[in-house]
Ligand binder design. Sequence first.
Ligand SMILES: Cc1cc2nc3c(=O)[nH]c(=O)nc-3n(C[C@H](O)[C@H](O)[C@H](O)COP(=O)(O)OP(=O)(O)OC[C@H]3O[C@@H](n4cnc5c(N)ncnc54)[C@H](O)[C@@H]3O)c2cc1C
Length: 498
Amino acid sequence: MPGPNTIKNIAVIGSGFAGLSAASYLAKAGCNVEVFEKNEDIGGRARQMRTDNGYLFDMGPSWYWMPDVFEKFFNDFGYKPADFYDLRLLDPEYVIVFGKDDVMEVPASVPALFGLFERIEKGSADALKLFLREAAFKYRVGMNKLVYKPGLSIREFADAELVKGLFRLQVFTSLSAHVRKYFKDPRLVALMEFPALFLGAMAEDTPAMYSLMNHAGLKLGTWYPMGGFGNVVEAMKEVAVRQGVKFYAEEPVTGFKIKQGKITNVETQYRAREFDGVIGAADYHHIDQKLLEPQYRNYSPKYWAGRVLAPSALIYYLGVTKKVKKLKHHTLFFDEDLKVHAQQIYKQPQWPTKPLFYVCCTSKTDANVAPEGHENIFILMPLAVNMADGEEMREKYFEIIMKRLEDYCGESISDHLDYKKSYCVSDFKNDYNSFGGNAYGLANTLSQTAILKPSIRNKQVKNLFYAGHLTVPGPGVPPAIISGNIAATQLLKYLQNQ
Ligand SMILES: Cc1cc2nc3c(=O)[nH]c(=O)nc-3n(C[C@H](O)[C@H](O)[C@H](O)COP(=O)(O)OP(=O)(O)OC[C@H]3O[C@@H](n4cnc5c(N)ncnc54)[C@H](O)[C@@H]3O)c2cc1C
């Protein structure tokens, strides 16, 4: 760690989970850390929106999976999540709608889950036991040996347990093929393939190693932080502030002064300041292609054009002036063909002909996110990146989605709205400098895993490291937190060797 006589000044670009995590670890190690955020609010894609008429919306993440990653972050600073926010286990974890009368409630209890599988497909409870045993192995090895690695060299993975377990990790089998070896019923297949959506890719293109996500979802539980994800952001910001981190909101970084392969100054909209090191925790592509001069970029436009991004999204934030009886906290509408929609995201990008979508109703769990007797509804439809997203399209899809949602719920919703806002590709671009308007980074396909991801370190600029969902370990809140930890560790290593 840099000692008291060598206090280093570090700039962190972006205040999402990756930036909050990196800033906290660097400050704990004795650095002076300043976080520059483009937007008015801290938290990046996980910021919240409070309306004048009493709704509190999480703008981005809503699934709190992998609670162990959050716990590790807080424990590393002498705290626990419960010191800052109250977590509720959701039961059912979520509901999948395959058709109006074909609905699956996924229970939080594992014995109840076995019962559900057996009722749907004879023999599948035993298959699930085996599947989950393998998934638990992958989760343990993944968390202990893979995800906290910087992905700078293949040598990082020369570990006896990893090499021995390589076959069992199933890096070269697809998640889709793996799931189909265990289950035949299309509903069980859909349930087991669904976590691939968190990884931003189709199950066919996702390595079976990521069935570790089934362990995360089905064994570790689906949680809700009371007050919403915004409370997790607040908690991490509080940890950072207690380490001495300073935040500058509405102050976008605009460029750097670089001398002899090192950033000497960070330039923001308002000033230029000297720094010893930089963590780029805004979208990697933005820093690489927009903030750095061409000679300092890690990658070419052609490289970026060849990346498979996680989807963008069309989102609606709705305030409803009554209770909607049938809705639970999380509902997935899988009543159309997932494959067709996925093709229209990844293979032939276009607006979907028959979209799948997801509905989150946080007011089912949390009385403080909507006025009494009202519902807070968030609807998300995955969409290919870079789509034109004018008002007409947003309205067209609103009608398609509302019709299916109202049919399922058996009551009108659109006649009872007192708040409605849409959010789509161009908003992601404008608000977060998001590459292509992606919602959650780079897809975790085989050719974009570990050392094959955009590198966490800049090869030309020695004191610049990247964090966030376009580099290791990947998309989602827990990986973003881990990414901040890895980038901070790498920058500290560099500083110690100076
Ligand atoms: C709609 C949606 C739903 C999601 N659902 C889930 C979920 O349920 N569970 C889950 O785990 N994950 C979910 N995710 C993914 C998860 O939210 C992200 O992967 C994660 O929050 C990314 O964190 P980050 O720090 O890498 O990036 P961001 O949160 O994007 O943070 C980057 C920050 O950099 C700022 N910035 C950009 N340019 C500059 C600049 N020039 N100067 C200064 N600052 C700049 C941006 O404004 C932003 O605040 C979801 C994402 C979205 C969008």
